[in-house]
Design a protein around this ligand. Structure first.
Ligand SMILES: NC(=O)c1ccc[n+]([C@@H]2O[C@H](COP(=O)([O-])OP(=O)(O)OC[C@H]3O[C@@H](n4cnc5c(N)ncnc54)[C@H](O)[C@@H]3O)[C@@H](O)[C@H]2O)c1
Length: 252
C-alpha cells in the first residue's frame, strides 16, 4: 500500500513552482523522497523558494519561462544533466487575466494562452520525449473548474483551461502506447496569491463562498492527495482524466 502511492526516488519538475500551488506540489514531492526541480519566471523568487524547500528534501530551481520554446529546451538540458531523466512533470505555471471581453486586448488574450496552453504543450512536447524514450512517465497538467464553468471576466483563462483538458485527453490517447500517463488536476477555489484580490472584496468573496457546498475555499495542501495519486504507481492505468478538487463546486 505504501509503495502504491510512493514517489520516493522519482525525479520531478514543477513549473511555476516558486509560489502558490506549485510550491506546495514541490514541497509534497520533495518531502516524500522525490528529487525535484522547480522553474519560474523570477530568479530571486526561485532562489528564495529553493532555500525554503531545501529543508524538505532534494531540490533545485531554474529561471525559465514556459511560454518560450528556447527556454523550455534549455530547461530540458538542465533537467537531463541534473536528474538524468524525468519521471514526473507538473505543468502548473499559469496566469489569469480579469477583464471584460470588449476591453481585452489581443496581447492580453495571447499572454494567457501562451503561458497556460502553449506552455503546457511545449513542456509536454519536450519533456515527453524523455519519458517516451524510457517507456514510462507521469504528466500532470493543471486545469481548473474554469475549464468547465464560464466565469465572468475570464474568457481567455476559461478557454485555456478547457483546452488543457482536451490536450490532456488527446495526448493521453497518442502516448498511451508509450505508457506515459497524462492527466490533469482541476482545482476549485484554492487560497493563493492568484485570487487574493477577489478574496479582498467582501461582496465577491461571499458570493463565491455561497457557491461552495463545502462553504469555504480550499487550502493548497488539500490538492496533495490527488497529486500523489497521479504522480505514483497508484494511477498507472489512469490516463486522459481531469480530477477536480473543488469542495463540490462543480456539482452546482
Ligand atoms: N488558486 C486557485 O484557486 C486555482 C484554481 C484553479 C486552477 N489554478 C491553477 O493552478 C496553477 C497555479 O496557480 P496558483 O494559484 O498557485 O497561482 P500563483 O499566481 O500563486 O502561482 C503561479 C506561478 O506560476 C508562475 N508563472 C507564471 N507564468 C509563468 C511562465 N510563463 N513560466 C514559468 N512560470 C510562470 C508565477 O510566477 C507563479 O510563481 C495555475 O495554473 C492556475 O491556473 C489555481
Amino acid at each position: 500500500m505504501d509503495d502504491l502511492f510512493s514517489v520516493a526516488g522519482k525525479t520531478a519538475l514543477v513549473t511555476g513552482g516558486a509560489r502558490g500551488l506549485g510550491f506546495t506540489y514541490a514541497k509534497a514531492l520533495a518531502s516524500r523522497g522525490a528529487k525535484v526541480i522547480i522553474c519560474d519566471l523570477d530568479e530571486h523568487a526561485v532562489a528564495a523558494a529553493v532555500a525554503e524547500l531545501t529543508s524538505y528534501g532534494e531540490i533545485k530551481g531554474y529561471k525559465a519561462n514556459v511560454a518560450i520554446e528556447q527556454e523550455v529546451i534549455a530547461l530540458v538540458d538542465k533537467v537531463s544533466n541534473e536528474l538524468g531523466q524525468l519521471d514526473i512533470l507538473i505543468n502548473n505555471a499559469g496566469v489569469v487575466q480579469r477583464v471584460t471581453t470588449e476591453d481585452m486586448t489581443l496581447q492580453e488574450w495571447n499572454r494567457v494562452m501562451d503561458v497556460n496552453l502553449t506552455g503546457t504543450f511545449l513542456c509536454c512536447k519536450h519533456f515527453g520525449v524523455m519519458m517516451k524514450r524510457k517507456g514510462k512517465g507521469k504528466i500532470i497538467n493543471v486545469s481548473s473548474i474554469a475549464g468547465r464553468m464560464g466565469l465572468d471576466l475570464r474568457l481567455a483563462y476559461c478557454t485555456s483551461k478547457a483546452a488543457i483538458e482536451h490536450l490532456t485527453r488527446t495526448l493521453a490517447a497518442e502516448w498511451g502506447p508509450d505508457h506515459v500517463n497524462i492527466n490533469a488536476i482541476g482545482p476549485g477555489y484554492i487560497k493563493t496569491a492568484m485570487n487574493e484580490d477577489t478574496r479582498a472584496d467582501p461582496v465577491r468573496y461571499q458570493k463565491m463562498l455561497n457557491q461552495l457546498p463545502w462553504g469555504r475555499f480550499g487550502e493548497p495542501e488539500e490538492l496533495v492527495g490527488v497529486l500523489l495519486f497521479l504522480a505514483s504507481p497508484a494511477s498507472d492505468y489512469v490516463t486522459g482524466q481531469t480530477i477536480f478538487v473543488d469542495g463540490g463546486l462543480l456539482t452546482q
